[in-house]
Design a protein around this ligand. Structure first.
Ligand SMILES: [Zn+2]
Length: 295
C-alpha cells in the first residue's frame, strides 16, 4: 500500500486547515481472455481513495472494487484516528464505490453521498447485466455481495469542520455524469476519473469524437477551478498530484482522437498510442479503448 501525506502549512482562517492523504489500491490482475498483444495478463489500474480531514472529522472520496481492497482501505481510515462523517462517490463506476459497505462496517454513521445523476449511474452499474457481464467476470468471487448505494445530495455543497466541499458536475469524462470534489479553502480537486496520472485512460465509453471533446471540456472545467493539487482516480502510486495532469490527460485524448482517424485496426491504434505513451501504467486499458473504437 502506498500512502502520501500532504501537509499544507496553509491556514486561511481560525477554523484550522484541512489536510488530505491518498490511499492507493495497487493494480491487480483480472480474469480476461482479451489480452493486449505481448501481454500475459489483463490488469486493473491502481485506484485512488482520498481522505480529506480536519482536527477530528474526515470525508473519504471513492472506495475500491473487491472485498479485500475495501477492508484494506477501511483499516487505513481507522488507523488515521479520524471520525469519518461521509463517503463521497465521484462517478458511477464500480471500482470507485463497491467498497462503501466495507468502510461503513467500521464507520456506520458515515453517509455515502453522490450527485443524483451519479446515484443513477451507480444503480445501473449494479444491475445484473453489468454485474454479471463485467464485474463478476473480471473479479470472480471477489465483488462484495452487499453493494451499497449512495444517497443523492440535495445541494452541491456540504461541509467538513466548517469548510465547504463542493460537488462539481463536469459531464462526460471516462463515463457519463462524472464529478470532481472541490475543496476551495485548500485548493484541492479530487478529480475521480476526469483526470488520470500516468495511467492509460479508459476511453471505452468515449467511442465518438463528440464524447472525447466532452471529456476535454470536463478537464477545462477542472482547470478553471485553479487547483493547487489534483488527485486522479487512477494514478502512478509514487507520482505527485501536480495540476499539470489536467493538460496531460487532455493531450492523451487529443492524441487518441487524432489516431482514431489515422488508423484502421485495433492493433494499429494500440501500437501508435503505445509509441507515444510507452511508459504509462496498464496497457490493457489502452487495448480496451482501441477495441471499443475499432471493434
Ligand atoms: Zn475508474
Amino acid at each position: 500500500m502506498t500512502e502520501q501525506i500532504t501537509d499544507l502549512n496553509y491556514d486561511p482562517d481560525p477554523r484550522g486547515s484541512l489536510n488530505w492523504k491518498v490511499f492507493i489500491t495497487p493494480g491487480v490482475p483480472t480474469v480476461s481472455d482479451d489480452l493486449p498483444p505481448g501481454e500475459t495478463v489483463r490488469m486493473w489500474s491502481p485506484i485512488s481513495s482520498t481522505l480529506i480531514y480536519g482536527e477530528r472529522d474526515a470525508v473519504l472520496v471513492d472506495t475500491p472494487t473487491t472485498v479485500q481492497q475495501g477492508v484494506a482501505l477501511a483499516d487505513w481510515v481507522v488507523a488515521s484516528g479520524k471520525n469519518l462523517t461521509a463517503i463521497y462517490v465521484t462517478h458511477g463506476h464500480g471500482d470507485h464505490f463497491f467498497g462503501i459497505g466495507a468502510v461503513q462496517d467500521r464507520f456506520p454513521n458515515a453517509r455515502a453521498i453522490a450527485t443524483a445523476d451519479v446515484v443513477e449511474r451507480m444503480r445501473w452499474q449494479v444491475s445484473p447485466e453489468v454485474l454479471e457481464g463485467l464485474w463478476n467476470k473480471r473479479f470472480p468471487g471477489q465483488i462484495p455481495e452487499r453493494l451499497v448505494m449512495a444517497e443523492p445530495l440535495e445541494d452541491d455543497t456540504f461541509h467538513l469542520e466548517g469548510h465547504e466541499l463542493v460537488a462539481v458536475e463536469v459531464g462526460h469524462s471516462d463515463t457519463d455524469n462524472t464529478t470532481c470534489l472541490h475543496v476551495p479553502s485548500v485548493g484541492l480537486v479530487v478529480a475521480g476519473d476526469v483526470a488520470y496520472n500516468d495511467v492509460h485512460q479508459y476511453l471505452t465509453e468515449s467511442v465518438s469524437h463528440e464524447s472525447r471533446l466532452a471529456w476535454i471540456a470536463a478537464l477545462d472545467k477542472v482547470e478553471a477551478l485553479r487547483p493547487r493539487a489534483v488527485i486522479a482516480g487512477h494514478k502512478r502510486p509514487d507520482n505527485d498530484d501536480d495540476p499539470r495532469i489536467i493538460e496531460e490527460t487532455r493531450q492523451y485524448i487529443r492524441d487518441f482522437d487524432r489516431l482514431v482517424e489515422e488508423t484502421v485496426s485495433t492493433r494499429e491504434l494500440y501500437d501508435r498510442m503505445l509509441a507515444l505513451y510507452p511508459d504509462r501504467i496498464n496497457r490493457g486499458a489502452l487495448w480496451g479503448s482501441a477495441r471499443a473504437v475499432k471493434g
